[in-house]
Design a protein around this ligand. Structure first.
Ligand code: ATP
Ligand code: MG
Length: 334
């Protein structure tokens, strides 16, 4: 008998254009996992409402993100790709899990405290219960492997707690999930000025988007922060220089990166040349992805079909779980 594959779940918020950080920090692993596991990937529109309440551009962002995910290599034939709000069972599970989570533990969450600091005028209850919704996202498919970045580890830990509490109180329904990646650290892609990470919502001129055209890619890279170069051989690299080397390692030929490494270590590096080379290699890397995304976006029929089929498959899985949940809790009266 064929062994059942582990279930994988991960999501991304439709808060803006997908960028290299999303690609190398998340999507690339998702693509790899779809060949090995039973994967569920979703566009987290409910999650985005906690920090982006304006919905004028939501439709555009959601559909574009679906196209960006497929353009980056997700195959809707190999994985279940869906939109969170198409699966109301997630909201039902979220409500039930809310009764198993304590306000004290939610208030202590690092990401909650960060968001309160960033948005002091919109500390909505959705922000507080974000980890509960995330737990519902995961548990609704009884997923075990959750590929996420370091910033999400605390949320996974909370999901584990909620699952264990549920199982203890009502009977064994949920496997206890864990954060998963393919060993080694996940690549964090720094913004081109080295001030933080590339991001959908912030720092647009220092983030490389999959939608950037060739001229924009060149412009951003040529403007990336550098300095007059090291004065001591084999110096440590400042964050913004390290970031350029990381990008080069990812998109350029190994020999090219090695040449500039050697130049750096010998205090002979010419950042102008390095950036020119990086810009050309980056254009070669992004262009086919951007073109694929654009092609998909123009195929409305295909996009609609993908979203509908994803919703149906995700709901089938979610409904089965909710049936187990209701049975376990005794929410059945006739
Ligand atoms: P926002 O600015 O709206 O929070 P974001 O760019 O941080 O958007 P998320 O939707 O929060 O993107 O995250 C989606 C996935 O991309 C997560 O797994 C996250 O860890 C990863 N990710 C986001 N930015 C980077 C980055 N610069 N480098 C590596 N991984 C990243
Ligand atoms: Mg983020």
């Amino acid at each position: 008998m064929e062994k059942k594959k582990d279930i994988v779940l991960s999501g991304i918020r439709p808060t803006g254009f997908a960028h290299l950080g999303n690609y190398f920090g998340a999507i690339r692993n998702w693509v790899r996992m779809q060949d090995e596991f039973d994967c569920y990937y979703f566009v987290a529109d409910w999650h985005s409402l906690t920090t982006h309440p304006d919905t004028k551009e939501l439709k555009q962002s959601v559909v574009r993100l679906v196209a960006e995910l497929i353009g980056s290599g997700l195959d809707p034939e190999k994985c279940v790709l869906y939109i969170q709000s198409d699966v109301p069972e997630i909201a039902e599970l979220y409500l039930l899990l809310n009764t198993l989570s304590y306000t004290g533990e939610l208030e202590k969450t690092v990401t909650f405290k960060d968001k309160v600091r960033q948005n002091p005028n919109n500390v909505n209850a959705g922000l507080l219960t974000y980890p509960v919704l995330q737990a519902a996202d995961i548990l609704v498919h009884r997923a075990v492997k959750v590929p996420v970045g370091k910033d999400q580890e605390q949320h996974i830990e909370m999901t584990r707690n909620f699952a264990e509490r549920f199982n203890y109180r009502y009977g064994n329904v949920f496997p206890v999930p864990y954060g998963f990646n393919y060993g080694g650290d996940l690549t964090k892609i720094m913004s081109l000025d080295g001030s933080g990470k590339m991001s959908k919502s912030e720092n647009h001129m220092n983030t490389l988007y999959l939608a950037d055209d060739d001229e924009m890619i060149r412009k951003k890279i040529m403007k990336a922060k550098t300095d007059s170069g090291p004065t001591e051989p084999n110096s440590a690299k400042p964050v913004y220089i390290e970031g350029l080397f990381t990008l080069m390692t990812i998109v350029s030929a190994p020999d090219t990166t090695k040449k500039f490494e050697t130049d750096f270590n010998n205090c002979m590096i010419r950042y102008g040349d390095m950036k020119k080379q990086l810009a050309e290699d980056m254009v070669k890397f992004i262009t086919p992805i951007r073109e694929k995304i654009s092609e998909l976006q123009h195929d409305e029929k295909y996009m609609k079909n993908v979203m509908q089929e994803g919703a149906t498959k995700a709901r089938t899985s979610a409904k089965a779980t909710l049936q187990l949940v209701r049975d376990a809790m005794g929410l059945k009266y006739y």
